[in-house]
Ligand binder design. Structure first.
Ligand code: PXP
Length: 258
């Protein structure tokens, strides 16, 4: 499949899911409604995002329940709901029926999703959650480390998709650890190959930046990358000049009209 993005670039079979959680983080720093994650989602789609990802955390630190309702109601592209495999989150997913649910581990004290799901430890529970979600037509993804045992178990539990955690690779890249980068990429590559052979759709994400995306995007088995924090950060730099110019223009206009 060849697609044209908003910037005219050709992508072959590799989708981009944009995670808009941190637009909500900025909004929540002040309360109120600005900046609105739904507006960010529309802009991301205009820019070429194939889907939108949002993580409804147990503590609602960024995305809220009403954000999920609005995203589901108004988005023109698929919504991927990231969530813990808890009864509360399953009930919310069954109410909104997003295109996909990505089950992630969640600890209140963590800043972000720090590792992959403990699929072996929670196999019985996860299998039940996967069945419930799939019964309503939701595609189910498990956010996992690229570990052969975990990949094979994910397939046996009935997951449609595995999203391979790229956090360790990105950390090694940030630390300029060349051998570590090579090791992590090899792990991701072998994991992607194994997952595809097991009949799973393969996604990847976490911590990806302009510097780290290409090596992962080259892996032929991966059909979707989910990227959030870096893109929202870069959007500040890309958009701040225009925002300041617009504010100055309004100020000048007010003086002229006074
Ligand atoms: N994929 C999953 C499953 C995640 O939990 C996250 C972080 O919310 C991401 C992708 C995106 O990671 P980042 O915000 O670091 O790009």
């Amino acid at each position: 499949m060849i697609k044209t993005t908003g910037t005219g670039e050709q992508l072959e079979g590799l989708r981009l899911g944009v995670n808009i959680d941190h637009v909500a983080t900025i909004r929540n720093a002040r309360g109120g409604r600005h900046p609105d994650p739904l507006r960010a989602a529309h802009i991301a789609i205009e820019g070429g995002a194939d889907g939108i990802t949002a993580h409804l955390r147990e503590d609602r630190r960024h995305i809220s329940d009403s954000d999920i309702a609005r995203l589901k109601g108004e988005l023109t592209r698929p919504l991927n709901l990231e969530m813990a495999a808890t009864d509360e989150m399953v009930a919310i997913a069954l109410r909104h029926v997003p295109n996909a649910c990505c089950l992630v581990p969640e600890r209140r004290e963590e800043r972000t999703t720090e590792g992959g799901l403990d699929v072996s430890g929670g196999a019985g529970h996860l299998e039940g959650v996967i069945d419930q979600l799939k019964a309503t037509g939701i595609r189910v993804s498990l956010f996992i480390e690229a570990d052969p045992t975990v990949i094979e178990l994910s397939a046996r539990l009935g997951a449609d998709i595995v999203e391979l955690h790229t956090g360790a690779y990105c950390e090694k890249a940030l630390a300029d650890d060349v051998a570590g980068v090579a090791r992590e990429l090899e792990r991701l590559s072998a994991g992607a190959e194994l997952a595809m052979a097991a009949g799973l759709e393969v996604h990847a994400g976490h911590g990806l930046t302009y510097n780290t995306v290409k090596a992962v995007a080259r892996l032929p088995q991966i059909v979707e990358l989910n990227i959030g924090h870096f893109l929202i950060g870069e959007a500040i730099f890309g958009g701040l000049t225009a925002a300041v110019q617009h504010m100055r223009a309004l100020m000048a206009q007010a003086r002229r009209e006074a």
